[in-house]
Design a protein. Sequence first.
Length: 296
Amino acid sequence: MNGLVVLQNCITFADCMNQGHKETISIRVISCAFMVLAIAIFKPFGLEVWQWQAYVHLLGIFALGMVSCFLTEIILKYFVRMPRSYDRGVSYIISRNLRFQCINTPLVALLICLYRHFVMSSLVEGNKLSLSNYLETLAIIAFLSFAIGLYWRFKFRSRYLAAELEETRLLNEQLKKLQDSNQDSKITLEGNTNEHVTLEISDLLYIEAVGNYVKVCQLHDNEVHTNMLRATMKQMEDALQAYPMIVRCHRAFMVNLGQVEQISSNSRAMQLVIRHSNDAIPVSRSNVNKLKELLG
């Protein structure tokens, strides 16, 4: 039975990978076709003198665009260490696409400039390889790349937003289930001097690092109170490690998930909105996956 489940998971993963590859190829083909269409309309590089041969050159430029996209994908995956992934969130996808454009634009401009020199310079002397020709080609491709990028950004924006909203909704549902199983107990948090704070775990809202101190924010008689302890976040982590509902979500914050009103998320950041105080505690990028695993 376990072997069957593993096999099903592998098949599902392979299907997702194939779908992702198909979508990537489709995007590259449409982008290159848009570039060739714009070049066919405006006829730079002396294309107007080539008559029927111009269509052959447009096919050649299309092929160069596809080759450039393929090379850029290799550079991103193996040298920049940014493989294509739809599971790492919107910010990762946007960042990767931006890097793709920054690498692909000068690369495709160079390939087209070389094509102009070796294939299109027999009738058009101005296609000879030179710095001015490269800058001219780069300017044209950069403009087209910007226009293509805007097109895909608007096209996929609704998908990204829908995925974000669905992920946040599921995280909040999982949070509610986790809160229902929360158990109460009392603990004493001690500082490096004589001060200490005794409280019910369920009343702890969050702990914040403030210089050489930590601020313990708790609920007492339905009011929010804070206490300062001369201690480090590492000491607080060690003291609270037996309580899985208390998590380190940021370099400067520990949060009681039992007191989180809701999780809010967008392409830039994730935040935990605390009950009673309505404070929005940030979740650092390095802790997002850990939080998702805990809620899962």
